[in-house]
Design a binder for this molecule. Structure first.
Ligand SMILES: NC(=O)c1ccc[n+]([C@@H]2O[C@H](COP(=O)([O-])OP(=O)(O)OC[C@H]3O[C@@H](n4cnc5c(N)ncnc54)[C@H](O)[C@@H]3O)[C@@H](O)[C@H]2O)c1
Length: 339
């Protein structure tokens, strides 16, 4: 059993720490979170992990891996410490909000050769995975167009928006990653547009709440991302893939399978409330993948390079939305300046 430490006892840290503690091949021994409070004490009690400082983790050779589920601004430093001390990493997205730092960290992690997976959990979602497997089977024919809808149930508070890096970097990185995952071809053009249509608070924080991104591959295939910080029907995560012989769709996961029919029509249950519920199984499957990576090096569905490449596309989307121009994109494209 590999001994692990988890950084972060917030929303996603609680999910990953519990999943790691419950996994038969993993031994969650430590929890690190500098913010004292009942939340981290409760998580330590629930998982059996000991509360320690970051230095204790990196000085302990018996700890084989770390889970980075802490605030975004801590990811880069923790990844570098793991690379220096030879610990495997499961890191939440994004690597950093600064592209140059992201590229530097990815290079150091790859040079160190540590096992590393990125938290793009949608790749592990069983519906998106079935869609990907169907395309890979060849039966649907060539994938030509992908359309994704990604809407939150309600806008986040201003305090969250102010440190998030903006909607493109914080949220659309998942959609862009899914587009890369499905298209499996270099992107040649990125066009994005964004506006603040629903929340004055988000506008006051300098961000947008509604956006679209169009990605075009070198052979002309396309992905369209449609995203909003508000979804009138709740958390809305749908995808349609147009292939030569088939249209593949992934719909929302209902909270129950109850439907109510009467003379006025038929009503189904609403979608799962938010990402913690919608992707609960995907987070468990991610931890299973981390255990497999630690056990025998089974490659994860997303690694450090996927984190870097998704970020490169997101930066192009930011630049396109700011300039109003399409970005001619290539594998070595880098942002001109911080957006
Ligand atoms: N993949 C997903 O579905 C998903 C969902 C939510 C969040 N995230 C990502 O996970 C990260 C955490 O998000 P969250 O919503 O859980 O945030 P959160 O604010 O709820 O929790 C973050 C926790 O990290 C702690 N922390 C800050 N610096 C630390 C450090 N150096 N060492 C240890 N702990 C530290 C904070 O005290 C806080 O308790 C973010 O990078 C976010 O982008 C990913």
């Amino acid at each position: 059993m590999t001994k692990l430490a988890c950084f972060g006892a917030g929303r996603i840290g609680q999910i990953h720490a519990v999943n790691a503690a419950q996994h038969p091949d993993l031994d969650l021994v430590c929890l690190v979170d500098p913010i004292a409070g009942p939340q981290r004490e409760q998580l330590a009690a629930r998982t059996g992990a000991t509360l320690v400082e970051a230095e204790d983790v990196f000085a302990d050779d018996s700890i084989g891996g770390i889970i980075i589920a802490s605030s975004t601004d801590s990811h880069a430093g923790l990844l570098l410490s793991a690379a220096e001390t030879g610990k495997a990493v499961f890191c939440e997205k994004p690597i950093s909000l600064d592209f140059a730092l992201t590229a530097e960290v990815a290079q150091q992690v790859e040079a160190a050769g540590i096992p590393c997976m990125l938290g793009f959990q949608r790749r592990y979602d069983r519906s998106f995975r079935a869609l990907k497997d169907r395309i890979a089977s060849g039966a649907p024919g060539r994938l030509e167009q992908v359309v994704m809808f990604s809407r939150d149930p309600a806008p986040p508070p201003r305090s969250y928006v102010e440190t998030s890096g903006g909607m493109f970097r914080d949220s659309s990185i998942h959609d862009v990653d899914m587009a890369r995952h499905l298209l499996e071809e270099d992107i040649a053009r990125v066009y994005a547009t964004g506006a603040c249509l629903i929340s004055d608070e988000i506008g006051a924080a300098g961000d947008i709440d509604t956006l679209m991104i169009t990605l075009t591959t070198t052979s002309g295939r396309m992905a369209q991302i449609v995203a909003c910080r508000r979804g009138p029907m709740g958390y809305d995560q749908r995808l349609e893939a147009l292939c030569a012989n088939e249209v593949l769709t992934v719909g929302n996961q209902p909270q129950s399978t109850l439907s109510i029919s009467d003379p006025q029509g038929c009503r189904a249950a609403p979608p799962e409330n938010y990402f913690l519920e919608r992707f609960a199984q995907a987070y468990r499957d991610e931890m299973q993948a981390f255990a497999a990576l630690l056990r025998d090096g089974t490659p994860p569905l997303a690694g450090i390079r996927d984190g870097l490449e998704a970020q490169r596309l997101v930066e192009a989307a930011v630049q396109s939305a700011q300039s109003g121009q399409a970005i001619e994109f290539s594998p070595d494209w880098t942002p001109k300046a911080k957006g």
